[in-house]
Design a protein around this ligand. Structure first.
Ligand SMILES: *[C@@H]1O[C@H](CO)[C@@H](O)[C@H](O)[C@H]1NC(C)=O
Ligand SMILES: *[C@@H]1O[C@H](CO)[C@@H](O)[C@H](O)[C@H]1NC(C)=O
Ligand SMILES: *[C@@H]1O[C@H](CO)[C@@H](O)[C@H](O)[C@H]1NC(C)=O
Length: 381
């Protein structure tokens, strides 16, 4: 009898622990398109091939996307509106209409905007600062001799323009961690900036605003895959009104803005989505990036070349003994995409379309346009 009891207990323990829940899943899906935390996808320059044995690094050139920031007013408003869904979920759970796990519901119910992201739209965050600082710290460790001493003529740092301070703040955090004395950061240019050339170019703004540019991502939102995912989310939550596409993106934004790559803490909002749902949502943004700043429009490659011209010039100057030890810029995701195009990186054989999500595509916004994504190039002697 005793033996039997023990067995019964063991079996039931096993049943309880094997229930799939978000809070205890061993490997949550961590690719959140352009809001992917840098730590989820980064490499480490200290271990990288860029350090060549027998060579002497003489100049570094870097183009870096800004780090984590709060959502802007528009997206922030939709997210704030969507927060009430957590109360609907709690009551739907009590009625037995919600299939989320108890702990996931509890975590959601307790969720608060601890980071004050709605109160401070566009604000650079602590997560963002730590991302930028980490990047600089590792660079310093990878090239200790080159970066040991930086005089006024040894460096150039400049952020791209932005309507708020998050890009400049990312640059400051990077520079602050690169060197123990204050260094000069050039002010952002408001026109003809080679690291933000599309900003004041009418061809680009026309293209970006053209309805055709978002056609494929909109098409995907009526695909069988996306509709099935939307239906799953709706049923899992079990609320009695139909979620709109805006509601789904707002919930997705809550999940991704509120997730920290540095502490590896996922937002309880992510529990509303399965891995398949997150893959479908990720693809909407892959398509947007592809057509707005990627291979979907030929002009994008030209903008990428403009930024890379600065790299060429910088290394040519170094060759004739007139160079900088380090040149670094902080810019926007759009610019990073364009540079990848100019370098023919992440290029698929066939264009991405809304009709079909190719699982092994090369163009993955989560990897090429993550927060703090960057291109670091080193000239060796
Ligand atoms: C859902 O979206 C609609 C507009 O698409 C909006 O009016 C409504 O407030 C949203 N609901 C929630 C709970 O976010
Ligand atoms: C800019 O737009 C004009 C008019 O649509 C077009 O003829 C031209 O090729 C575009 N330039 C580039 C670089 O795409
Ligand atoms: C909850 O589930 C019951 C039984 O399936 C159903 O009759 C009811 O309409 C559901 N309520 C909501 C709000 O979905």
């Amino acid at each position: 009898m005793k033996i039997l009891l023990v067995i019964v207990t063991l079996c039931s323990v096993q049943i309880v622990t094997s229930t799939y829940c978000f809070w205890n899943t061993g490997c949550p899906y961590k690719y959140f398109s352009n809001k992917t935390p840098y730590n989820f996808v980064r490499g480490d320059i200290r271990d990288s091939l860029v350090k060549l044995p027998g060579c002497e690094p003489v100049s570094i050139w870097g183009l870096i996307r800004h780090g984590h920031k709060n959502p802007g007013t528009g997206y922030g408003m939709h997210m704030k509106e969507a927060v009430v869904i957590k109360d609907y979920i709690a009551s739907s759970y009590e009625r037995g209409n919600c299939s989320l796990c108890a702990q996931d519901v509890e975590n959601l119910r307790k969720w608060q905007d601890d980071e004050h992201m709605f109160a401070n739209p566009y604000q650079f965050t602590r997560e963002g600062a730590l991302e930028s600082e980490g990047l600089a710290r590792r660079l310093k460790q990878a090239f200790p001799k080159l970066l040991a001493k930086l005089d006024e003529n040894d460096y150039q740092f400049r952020p791209a323009n932005a309507p708020h301070s998050w890009v400049a703040d990312s640059m400051k955090a990077f520079v602050g961690s690169l060197y123990d004395k204050p260094l000069t950061i050039q002010p952002a240019k408001t026109d003809h900036d080679n690291i933000y050339p599309y900003d004041t170019c009418k061809n680009y703004t026309d293209m970006e605003q053209n309805v055709k540019t978002n056609e494929e991502s909109i098409k995907f939102q009526s695909s069988a895959e996306y509709l099935a995912s939307k239906d799953r989310i709706q049923r899992r939550i079990g609320i009695d009104y139909a979620l709109t596409d805006t509601n789904i993106s707002a919930l997705y934004d809550l999940c991704r803005y509120d997730t920290s790559g540095l502490t590896n803490q996922f937002s309880p909002w992510c529990a509303l989505f399965t891995t398949e749902d997150l893959k479908a949502l990720e693809y909407i943004y892959d398509l947007r990036h592809y057509y707005r700043s990627g291979y979907g429009a030929s002009i994008n490659e030209v903008f990428g070349q403009i930024a890379l011209t600065d790299l060429l010039k910088s290394f040519q100057d170094s060759k004739v003994g007139n160079g900088k030890k380090i040149t670094a810029y902080v810019t926007h995701a759009t610019m990073m995409d364009m540079v990848w195009c100019a370098l023919k990186l992440f290029k698929d054989d066939a264009p991405l379309t809304g009709a079909f999500r190719k699982p092994d595509r090369k163009w993955r916004s989560s990897k090429l346009a993550s927060l703090s994504s960057n291109l670091i190039v080193v000239l060796n002697k």
